[in-house]
Design a protein around this ligand. Structure first.
Ligand SMILES: Nc1nc2c(c(=O)[nH]1)N[C@H]1C(S)=C(S)[C@@H](COP(=O)(O)O)O[C@H]1N2
Ligand SMILES: [Mo]
Length: 388
């Protein structure tokens, strides 16, 4: 476990909360996220509304979804030290200044997406466990920092297919009766890949507390869980992290399994995120005037361009091609698309699906990909609207 005595300081909010008898660590979660859909106040889990998310290709911090499993540590940049070691590497501690001064600056525009994005749709098939995220557990930012591979290579790490890079974080989590600090891991090859960052900035500003200040990992293309915030330590090792988060959660489980029959040995660790898309505007249940309706959303295929986005106004019987706003210079980013649909009076089911460069398409229904933790809901996204 990390020693973080020197790192944690009371904030104004925390002191006020202490006076009111609220445990200080939790007080800050009451802080307003007024425009977001808050699934839980503690741990803080919130997503932006669709129209806010679709308003900008690079998501501003105030609209960026927040997925936390425990506390939001208040760390101080001055005292911060990153511990690095493991398999054949001498243990060392790096300050933020060490990282900034010894390694080239890198910027990567990348989406973070929770494996639970759109879990709400999977829950319509059959009960799933976890927060009912709509289509907004995803956001896109320009991350700035240093390449994790540069740091590992300088420490003496060499490419080996059988190694893993484990991360330990400062936040405290209580889950299923266990108390622990967050941890996760990625294969060494992905850690060495140039897009994987140790990031200090998000959209040109220092990370905010809720997004991992002062340093987080950004693993583009992988599920958000593999991008640890409030990074404390990096360890190169011959097996994945044994942290609860890595070993017990965020695994793809077969459809016949339930919480009661859970057998993790039949699970597959979720790393690469699959092809997906969603409608962000109009919102589900919207009442629209008759005539041309502007439909807008995102699509993303891990590390490759979207070939085509198709929309339907009749539940998926007839399709038309949406206009794709390509961003080929940003392979880890999402693609925005839009379409104009002429809708007569009445109820309509609007649907979107994306196709990637290999001709892969999303599954039609959530039923065919259902799993009890509600991960990777990539089914065609359907919303109902009323016209007139
Ligand atoms: N230390 C720490 N890192 C974390 C988490 C966390 O709870 N603690 N949540 C993970 C998950 S599941 C996701 S989806 C992303 C969300 O990042 P964000 O809150 O900056 O959007 O952070 C990941 N990194
Ligand atoms: Mo997540």
């Amino acid at each position: 476990m990390m020693n973080r005595r020197a790192l944690v300081r009371g904030t104004g909010t925390a002191l006020m909360a202490a006076a009111a008898g609220i445990p200080p660590a939790r007080a800050q979660y009451a802080r307003a996220t007024p425009d977001m859909i808050v699934h839980r106040g503690y741990p803080l889990n919130a997503e932006p509304r669709g129209s806010a998310l679709r308003a900008a290709f690079i998501t501003p911090e105030r609209d960026f979804y927040i997925r936390s499993h425990g506390t939001i540590p208040e760390l101080r940049a001055e005292d911060y030290r990153l511990r690095l070691g493991g398999q054949g590497l001498p243990t060392q501690e790096l300050s933020l200044n060490d990282l900034r001064s010894r390694f080239p600056q890198r910027r990567v525009t990348a989406v973070l997406q929770c494996a639970g994005n759109r879990r709400a749709d999977m829950g319509l098939v059959k009960h799933v466990s976890g927060d009912a995220w709509q289509a907004g557990a995803i956001s896109n930012a320009e991350w700035g920092g240093v390449s994790l591979g540069d740091v590992l290579r300088a420490a003496g790490a060499r490419e080996r297919a059988d190694l893993h890079v484990a991360f330990d974080s400062h936040d405290e989590i209580e889950e299923e009766g266990e108390r622990f600090r967050y941890g996760a891991s990625i294969p060494l090859a992905k850690a060495m890949s140039p897009e994987t960052l140790l990031a200090f900035t998000m959209n040109g500003e220092p990370l905010t507390a809720r997004h991992g200040f002062p340093l987080r990992v950004v693993t583009p293309g992988y599920a958000g869980v593999r991008s640890p915030k409030w990074l404390a330590a990096i360890t190169v090792q011959d097996r994945p992290s044994d942290n609860h988060i890595q070993a017990k959660l965020y695994m793809m489980l077969p459809p016949d399994m339930t919480k009661l029959t859970e057998d993790l040995s039949r699970g597959v660790v979720i790393n690469d995120m699959p092809l997906t898309s969603a409608i962000l505007e109009p919102s589900a249940g919207a009442r629209l005037p008759a005539g041309d309706a502007r439909v807008r959303g995102y699509a993303i295929a891990t590390g490759q361009p979207i070939a085509r986005v198709e929309v339907s106004a009749d539940g998926g019987r007839q399709w038309m091609q949406a206009t794709v706003e390509q961003h080929a210079d940003a392979p880890w980013s999402w693609t925005f698309w839009n379409a104009a649909l002429n809708l007569p009076r009445g109820e309509h089911e609007l649907v979107v699906r994306a196709v990637d460069g290999a001709g892969r398409v999303q599954p039609a229904t959530a039923e065919e990909i259902w799993n009890f933790p509600g991960y990777l809901c990539t089914a065609w996204h359907r919303i109902s609207v009323t016209v007139g």
